[in-house]
Design a protein around this ligand. Structure first.
Ligand SMILES: C[S@@+](CC[C@H](N)C(=O)[O-])C[C@H]1O[C@@H](n2cnc3c(N)ncnc32)[C@H](O)[C@@H]1O
Length: 222
């Protein structure tokens, strides 16, 4: 079942929850241009299971799901304490009690959790062994009938990958990100790690109108 997708007026309303001008413009343009939130909503539609959003940033996924009429309990987890403060403030101002945000480093542990797990655009900041450890720990939190939904740029020859790397370095240069990218995963990482954890893996391109080499990786636990 496809959710009813939100539109520009919803995105403006969500952006207006931000206190800082930079966060407002980032939120507005990200929600308007990035196809990932609609893709995740489609994967989660019809399920009330809780969601763990690892590397949640400002918590935009929670607001997007809410604007779709989807209200699962969502825990956002990120090691950038400023973003977690902004995310919590936005959820408070919107009076969304089902959104909870916690600060922590996913390289050293994840919250206790059982449900769906979402990981959007953070794996490039992890070394290969850290990526394997994170995926295994995240997969252990996916319950039967649950999904692990990942968006990541995949390492590959071609201009899309080069633009993806450039954008990640720009995000670091502007201090939006606390770290520069260290390792882009390949499709084999997901097939091997998630397959070993008992998930059925599907990988498809997800770049929409963006120039990035982004893919959606979905692991389903039967
Ligand atoms: C490109 S942003 C994506 C934000 C969010 N997932 C979204 O799509 O709207 C990547 C996020 O991952 C977070 N991150 C990077 N490394 C992390 C780590 N080791 N532990 C927790 N969060 C991390 C960053 O702070 C940042 O908020």
């Amino acid at each position: 079942m496809m959710p009813t997708l939100p539109g520009p007026a919803d995105f403006d309303r969500i952006a207006s929850l931000c206190e800082r001008r930079w966060d407002y413009h980032y939120t507005r343009s990200k929600l308007r241009t990035d196809p990932v939130y609609a893709a995740v909503a489609a994967e989660l539609a019809g399920s009330d299971l809780p969601v763990l959003d690892i590397g949640c940033g400002l918590g935009l996924l929670g607001h997007y799901l809410q604007a779709c009429g989807m209200t699962p309990p969502l825990t956002g987890f990120d090691y950038d304490a400023r973003k977690i403060r902004v995310a919590a403030g936005m959820a408070d101002r919107a009076d969304l009690e089902n959104l909870d945000f916690r600060s922590g480093d996913a390289r050293t542990g994840l919250p206790e959790f059982a449900g769906h797990v979402v990981i959007l655009d953070i794996l490039q900041f992890f070394h290969r062994n850290e990526q394997e450890a994170l995926l295994a720990a995240a997969a252990a939190r996916v319950v039967p009938g649950g999904r692990m939904i990942i968006r990541s740029g995949l390492r590959a020859p071609g201009w899309r990958h080069r633009v993806t790397v450039l954008a990640d370095y720009l995000a670091r240069l502007t201090l939006w990100m606390k770290a520069a990218p260290v390792c882009y995963p390949d499709a084999e990482l997901f097939r091997t790690t998630l397959g070993a954890a008992g998930l059925r893996v599907d990988i498809r391109p997800l770049w929409g109108r963006t120039p990035f080499h982004n893919h959606l990786i979905v692991g389903r636990r039967p």
